[in-house]
Ligand binder design. Sequence first.
Ligand code: 13P
Length: 251
Amino acid sequence: MRRPLVAGNWKMHGTRASVAELTKGLRQQAVPAGVDVAVFPVLLHVADVLDGVSGGVVMVGAQNCAVEPEQGALTGEVAATQLRDAGCKLVLVGHSERRSLLQESDEVVVRKFAAAQSAGLIPVLCVGETLAQREAGETLAVVGRQLASVIESLGVDVFRQAVVAYEPVWAIGTGLTASPEQAQQVHAAIRAQLAAASADVADGVRILYGGSVKAANAAELFGMPDIDGGLVGGASLNADEFGAICRAAGN
Ligand code: 13P
């Protein structure tokens, strides 16, 4: 009953030429009617990608937005309202690369989440534990805290118009994937935490798995009851591989 979503996070990859090629390849993919697909290019390439996918089913999102929803004096940032104006439908917030390399705090993530929604964008809230945290048995506590910061500040109802992505940091770009059972355990905990505040919000929200998803492991992951699609990094840079992941979500 939840529509699967497969999202490709292109991170800081690509030139205008390679992105045009990737976008063209994407258009040629057969995507099952029941699956939503989105890609998140570098901001500089968003307009090109929007042109490239126009008339098709692929949505375009941004990888980040400013904490302030409206345009103004904030050098180097892009406002959620400007992303919306450009044609973006979604925005990633709280990706672990930004949390760890750019010191984005839960508080900043909450502000970006709110800014995105106020502009009419769907925030994709990324949560996940490091290897050290997993080994210390802190996975559910860490993910629970990241999720709680949004619920406590903005209320559970904001998840009616949002997506959650569980991305264990140790599985990102490493070739290590959480097993379907490991991922399912965390996804179920995320849904249970939301259900404690609202059963129907929990029931409707899509929770994506991210971390070395590829065509070869996608079907197994997406077959788990609380995994509603994927947030794909490296494998989304290959149109055929990404297309195969999208098709796996339709089965
Ligand atoms: P990889 O698929 O390259 O591991 O990246 C996952 C990710 O960070 C998506 O946001």
